[in-house]
Design a protein around this ligand. Structure first.
Ligand SMILES: Cc1cc2nc3c(=O)[nH]c(=O)nc-3n(C[C@H](O)[C@H](O)[C@H](O)COP(=O)(O)OP(=O)(O)OC[C@H]3O[C@@H](n4cnc5c(N)ncnc54)[C@H](O)[C@@H]3O)c2cc1C
Length: 267
């Protein structure tokens, strides 16, 4: 499981002008929220959330930001990369529940997969909430709009689609609208956005599942790089998806994270 499989890139699709999905023919058998380690020999190995997985193929939705991801964007169909996993914890999949999923950036990937699984296997309903700077950068709006029991909620900073402002601005209203139902907030995205979602869950006393990302070197619990204060939970094993009580116990959440040398970087 920890030895990377060398898989050929089967297809590369554009999600928006800056984001691509890399597709592989492989039955990963993953749960929404889990991640894989992607290795480009001679460059690096990094974790990526699973954005699509239908048993026959899986897809990773990636922003080109630094050394590994920019190298990946230079690869072509047929080139091979190392994949190991799936690793980590997953979002829960429950019946008779109203999910409010709150995504920013590539966090739309795992929450998109969660929403697809909920639509296919449960009677639960979903408000899929996604924010971006402008309409052309919104991820998975059309993919989610096709699903049953699912409503897409959008926010953009410049007002070019949906609510003008942050996606977290509309959360309390959505919770009030579903009053009386069992509600789960599920979030993946920039940490300060996730912290607002957690605060909103605490205020309204509803369940919350948060994907907490930390710098990961091994991905399977050995190196200790992704341990969080104060309890030392490993975000690659006890996370990345944690429940509300665990997220509340992580004192560094929303305050700081650590770079690859272990130095604290404050938000
Ligand atoms: C559990 C988990 C799941 C992840 N899933 C995804 C995913 O689905 N898609 C995805 O694109 N990335 C994902 N990441 C981030 C990914 O692992 C890498 O950190 C990212 O691709 C940058 O690696 P790099 O080597 O290209 O850049 P580096 O060389 O490590 O970084 C270069 C510069 O970019 C900055 N940077 C790093 N990450 C980001 C970012 N996300 N946005 C803006 N600036 C950044 C760094 O601070 C640095 O200044 C995930 C991380 C974790 C822990």
């Amino acid at each position: 499981m920890h030895i990377p499989q060398m898989l050929s890139i089967k297809k590369i699709t554009d999600e928006n002008p800056f984001v691509k999905t890399f597709w592989f023919n492989y039955n990963l058998n993953s749960q929404p929220g889990q991640f894989v380690m992607l290795w480009i020999p001679g460059i690096d190995q990094k974790p990526f959330s699973i954005a699509y997985d239908d048993s026959a193929e899986f897809g990773l939705t990636i922003f080109a930001v630094g050394s590994l991801s920019k190298k990946l964007f230079e690869l072509r169909v047929g080139d091979r990369v190392g994949i190991s996993g799936p690793y980590g914890t997953a979002f829960s999949i429950q019946n008779d529940t109203h999910y409010i999923t709150v995504a920013g950036g590539y966090g739309a990937g795992p929450l998109g997969l969660l929403t697809e699984r909920l639509a296919a296997t449960t009677n639960s309903t979903v408000d899929f909430c996604v924010g971006a700077r402008s309409a052309d950068l919104l991820l998975f709006k059309d993919r989610m709009a096709k699903l049953p029991h699912t409503t897409v909620q959008v926010a953009t900073n410049d007002g070019s689609a949906g609510h003008t402002g942050f996606i977290t601005d509309i959360l309390s209203g959505l919770i009030q609208k579903s009053h009386g139902k069992k509600i789960i907030l599920a979030t993946c995205g920039p940490e300060l956005m996730e912290k607002k979602v957690l605060d909103c869950a605490n205020k309204n006393n509803v369940d919350c599942e948060v994907s907490i990302e930390r710098f990961m070197k091994c991905g399977f619990g050995v190196c200790g790089q992704c341990c969080v204060d104060p309890l030392g939970l490993r975000m690659c094993m006890e996370g990345p998806v944690v429940n509300r009580a665990t997220a509340n116990s992580i004192s560094e959440f929303g305050n700081y994270h650590r770079d690859k040398s272990g130095a604290k970087i404050y938000y």
